[in-house]
Design a protein around this ligand. Structure first.
Ligand SMILES: [Zn+2]
Length: 285
């Protein structure tokens, strides 16, 4: 009992000693946090798919997507948080066969701290998923998630310029889990009677598996969660803009990330609209 209290006290101490500035230095990123206190993400944030539904084709795609989502959700057999976490563990076991993970050092500590700060700001009705963040020793500009496992490549951290940019990406990945996108993929496979085909599912996770509606939803969720934790949500939108510019020059380096997170100018504009609608004081240049 005595030992337990000591551990708690020492972790509290380390929290108060290590400032955000120090974490930013560990990540070699510019600290651009807003002057707002971290809080829980509110439940009443305005969100809309309208900006994506600009023509008849997009509207038709949206309707079809919704019908499919409803059908899959209504089918018997829920995917529990435990099952989803178990799947995440299987994805991790596969990833780790070919990729090297960094589990110590200041960059890892800073990444873990940032992820925990973001998770702590999720709304009260958050999922029961257990999360683990992995720092992958990989120069490819990429981040991905499955069943509470969040993978962040060193290449992505290097590509980011500020702590808010990185926070928006991690929050975006948390969003895919929290918004049930992974759960739906698993449910779809379960409904089709192929739940055992883990390898196929892993392929779905690490290659394009989310549609533009999913991406828009978690772009906004990521911005909102990042803001709740004190980061600048505009950084996420600006990062997409920069990636689009760099895409022509660095096709191979960015290809993988852009492949799993298809960029469109529309998507940047949608995120901008969402931020303007919800955070009036935040202006775009
Ligand atoms: Zn995504």
């Amino acid at each position: 009992m005595k030992k337990k209290s000591l551990i708690i006290i020492s972790s509290l101490l380390s929290c108060s000693i290590a400032t955000y500035g120090q974490y930013a230095a560990s990540l070699k990123l510019k600290e651009d946090k807003l002057n707002v206190k971290a809080k829980k993400m509110p439940a009443n944030i305005k969100f809309s798919y309208d900006c994506l539904l600009t023509d008849a084709m997009a509207q038709a795609a949206f309707t079809t997507n919704n019908m499919e989502v409803v059908a899959v959700k209504m089918a018997p057999g829920e995917i529990t948080a435990e099952e989803e976490n178990k799947f995440g563990q299987q994805v991790y076991d596969e990833v780790i066969k070919t990729k090297k993970e960094i589990t110590t050092g200041p960059v890892y500590d800073a990444l873990k701290k940032m992820t925990n700060d973001l998770l702590a700001c999720r709304p009260d009705n958050h999922s029961k998923l257990v999360y683990t963040v992995h720092l992958m020793d990989d120069t490819v500009v990429n981040a991905y998630t499955a069943g509470g496992q969040i993978f962040v490549n060193t290449g992505l951290i290097k590509y980011c310029k500020t702590t808010s940019e990185l926070a928006c990406i991690i929050a975006h990945e948390i969003g895919h889990d929290e918004k049930g996108h992974i759960n739906l993929i698993l449910k779809r496979i379960k409904v089709a009677g192929r739940f055992g085909e883990v390898l196929l599912t892993i392929k779905q996770i690490t290659t394009p598996s989310f549609n533009q509606f999913n991406e828009h939803e978690v772009d906004c969720y990521g911005a909102d969660l990042a803001y709740a934790a004190g980061y600048d949500p505009r950084a996420g939108a600006k990062l997409w803009q920069r990636m689009a510019k760099d895409r022509n020059e660095q096709e191979s380096k960015l290809a993988k990330f852009l492949m799993s997170h298809p960029y469109s100018k529309e998507r940047y504009e949608c995120m901008k609209t969402h931020i303007k609608d919800n955070y009036i004081s935040l202006k775009f240049d």
